[in-house]
Design a protein around this ligand. Structure first.
Ligand code: C2E
Ligand code: MG
Ligand code: MG
Length: 314
């Protein structure tokens, strides 16, 4: 079956710049494609600004790795049984010289489309694991600290991903059997091709890493997929946590998600805990772990080292 996406541009009387018209029609066509294919879009001036910003991001991204413009912040994950920090999630930041700090939402889709997410993702893994090794070696009682790293769909589908993870583990000289790495994959990505995902995830698990379903509950999926995938952890999306204490139905949903996860042997982590009330409810519901601004915002490694030394309990 052949489909078509159409971009339309209206020429003003007397227009002679044919190349310009075709370029604008092209921009409108890409917008039509991005809007769900099989549609048409009329070109508008504002589209050009969006495309230009995107081009600026694309070309700056190409140089960002070698210019060392990326960094990682780490957000503590708290064990709700003991109230202590049991792990970290590594979150990517980009200090772009022209525009200042950029967040994953500003550049991840560009990095995915251009394929640059592959080298960037390897850098994230290597950096996060090296940091884990430092914390495990240099701080007392931190030898079991785990590190969570987000993997994009594009990374996961890349055949080399298993080698990349194995190499990063070996280079950080971390023993993969003393589980130190958790890979987080967004629920929607897992649903794209369950069978291919199951094979890839099984190969990753053989390295001794844990696997988490990120943003759980946002994918509008049949829960059946949980049976077919070798996952260990459910991270309940922060949209559900935000509704705790606001809406009774929401409480029931979070309760069900936690019970379901635990009944099938998974560890349940709540994301986006912003106040003491939410934390208390989650604890009462038997949630295993939590992370969020209430406990700690994502912070650079030095600040996390200080925090780990203070060893706060929530
Ligand atoms: P995520 O993996 O679900 O990460 C949690 C996001 O929620 C982070 O946003 C974090 O800063 C934010 N957050 C944490 N606690 C709270 C809270 O209490 N309240 C609120 N409102 N937000 C909270 P961030 O750092 O902007 O990252 C966004 C997403 O980008 C991540 O969502 C993840 O999917 C992706 N991402 C981040 N780093 C990487 C990376 O290195 N590689 C890949 N492929 N994706 C990444
Ligand atoms: Mg995550
Ligand atoms: Mg999430």
């Amino acid at each position: 079956f052949v489909g078509a996406s159409i971009g339309v541009v209206l020429a003003t009387p007397g227009t002679t710049d044919v190349d310009g018209l075709v370029r604008d029609a092209d921009i409108a066509m890409y917008r039509a494609k991005a809007g769900g294919r099989g549609r048409f879009m009329f070109f508008e001036e504002a589209m050009r600004a969006v495309i230009q910003a995107r081009h600026a991001t694309d070309s700056a991204l190409h140089r960002a790795l070698e210019r060392e413009e990326f960094s990682l912040d780490y957000q503590p994950v708290v064990d709700l049984g003991s109230g202590c920090i049991c792990g970290m999630e590594a979150l990517l930041r980009w200090d772009e010289p022209a525009r200042g700090r950029l967040w994953p939402a500003d550049f991840l889709s560009s990095a995915e489309d251009s394929g640059l997410i592959i080298p960037i993702g390897s850098w994230v893994l290597g950096t996060a694991l090296d940091q884990t090794a430092v914390w495990r070696r240099c701080l007392p009682n931190r030898d079991l600290l785990t590190m969570s790293v987000n993997l994009s769909g594009r990374q996961l589908l890349e055949p080399g991903v298993v080698d990349v993870v194995a190499t990063a583990l070996a280079q950080a000289r971390l023993d993969p059997r003393a589980v130190c790495l958790c890979l987080e994959v967004t629920e929607t990505v897992l649903l794209e091709d369950i069978e291919a995902m199951a094979l890839r995830l099984t190969a990753l698990k053989a390295l001794g890493v844990r696997l988490a379903v990120d943003d759980f509950g946002t994918g509008y999926a049949s829960l059946n997929y949980l049976q077919g995938l070798p996952v260990d952890i459910l991270k309940v999306d922060r949209a559900f946590i935000a509704g705790l204490g606001v809406d009774e139905k929401n409480l029931a949903i979070v309760q069900s998600l936690i019970n379901m996860g635990r009944r099938i042997g998974l560890t349940v982590v709540a994301e986006g805990v912003e106040n003491a009330e939410q934390l208390a409810v989650l604890r009462q519901l038997g949630c295993d772990m939590a992370q969020g601004f209430h406990m700690a915002r994502p912070l650079p490694a030095e600040k996390i080292t200080e925090l780990l030394q203070r060893d706060p309990v929530w």
